[in-house]
Design a protein around this ligand. Structure first.
Ligand SMILES: NC(=O)c1ccc[n+]([C@@H]2O[C@H](COP(=O)([O-])OP(=O)(O)OC[C@H]3O[C@@H](n4cnc5c(N)ncnc54)[C@H](OP(=O)(O)O)[C@@H]3O)[C@@H](O)[C@H]2O)c1
Length: 320
């Protein structure tokens, strides 16, 4: 089974490996999303991360459908602050066709992702925006309580109001959230905490050494460890010398190394932050199987060795 992370002061028990729902109802349709969630859950993944903005505002409803008969066995984090992209009726009908086109012509994926990203509108952090968003999230998820409510991609420049802190306290008293946090780049956590007037109980940041090193008193969720591999490569796609040297020492070369990289990245994140939850997206069955297996059977010193090799290349220290 997947190891558990216990945060007793927050009354939360989470699976060490968490399931990210960012692609749900965008790149991934409802059926595939529900199948992948079920497969991950069967293998011990019980923490699910979503946001009001994901999937053109439709991802929460899909996750809600999945958790409906297992609410007490799972934890859910959602976020406010980014408005979902609005799709007209015609674009909505075209979504499944775009998904098929992406699969047939992988080169389209980047362009589609860029266009969907550009359709999101950030900066909805006022008290009224937060209130509206949380009520919508509760309704769409079909739950009474959100385990972690995150402020989504907030930055110092957003000048968050301290009245949000009172709002989080009220939500806790009303039993609508268990706790709150900020889901943003590690470098923004300090300035944003000062604006809010409190250290967030949870921070959710990309896996990078800044997130590991930050003197942070709360709990951590580290996301996108697999995407880190893309940042390891030079413009020609080559891996850094320190990673190749480490892999040589492990007898890993060529295709064997390439195939192993996602699992190594996941395990490096898990080993570097033993008390953190590691969050990734995994919708292909083989990825769900490999990732869950990676958390059941981990060579910690090997994982730390890979992490060090990446850091020597200056990559995990790179801001995102
Ligand atoms: N501000 C925030 O809080 C924030 C920001 C970004 C992301 N997130 C969260 O973090 C989650 C993960 O982010 P991400 O998708 O950017 O990064 P990621 O989890 O590092 O990468 C996901 C990609 O890796 C693939 N993959 C998964 N396991 C694999 C394996 N064993 N071998 C090869 N490929 C594998 C997935 O493919 P398939 O899906 O096709 O299987 C997907 O394309 C999001 O869903 C979201 O919940 C939060």
């Amino acid at each position: 089974m997947i190891p558990r992370i216990e945060w007793p002061e927050l009354e939360l028990s989470l699976s060490k490996l968490a399931f990210g729902c960012a692609p749900v109802m965008g790149r991934i349709g409802k059926r595939q999303a529900l199948d992948a969630m079920a497969m991950a859950f069967e293998r011990g993944v019980t923490h699910f991360d979503v946001a009001r903005a994901y999937g053109f505002g439709e991802a929460e409803r899909v996750l809600g459908r999945f958790v409906a008969d297992k609410r007490s066995q799972v934890t859910i984090a959602t976020k406010f602050g980014i408005q979902p992209a609005q799709l007209g009726q015609a674009a909505r009908l075209l979504k499944p066709a775009v998904r098929v086109a992406r699969q047939l012509v992988p080169a389209l994926a980047g362009a589609v992702k860029k266009t969907s990203g550009a359709m999101l509108t950030k900066g909805y952090y006022s008290l009224a925006d937060a209130q509206r968003s949380v009520e919508t999230s509760l309704r769409e998820l079909g739950v009474d309580v959100i385990d972690i409510l995150f402020v989504h991609e907030c930055a110092a420049a957003d000048e968050l109001s301290p009245e949000l802190l009172d709002f989080f306290c009220r939500l806790k008293q009303q039993g609508k959230i268990k706790t709150w946090g900020v889901a943003t780049a590690a470098r923004e956590v300090g300035p944003v905490s000062r604006q809010l007037g409190a250290v967030p109980p949870v921070m959710q940041c990309p896996f990078e050494s800044r997130a590991l090193a930050a003197g942070f008193a709360g709990r951590r969720i580290l996301h996108s460890p697999i995407s880190m591999i893309g940042r390891l490569r030079d413009p020609s796609g080559h891996l850094p010398a320190s990673v190749i040297a480490w892999a040589d020492g492990e007898g890993l070369r060529g295709t064997a190394l390439e195939q192993r990289l996602p699992i190594l990245a996941l395990q490096a994140a898990a080993a570097a932050a033993p008390d953190a939850v590691i969050l990734c997206s995994m919708f292909q069955s083989k990825n769900v199987m490999n990732n869950t297996a990676a958390f059941q059977d981990m060579d910690v010193s090997r994982a730390l060795g890979f992490g060090r090799a990446c850091e020597i290349a200056g990559i995990t220290a790179q801001g995102v």
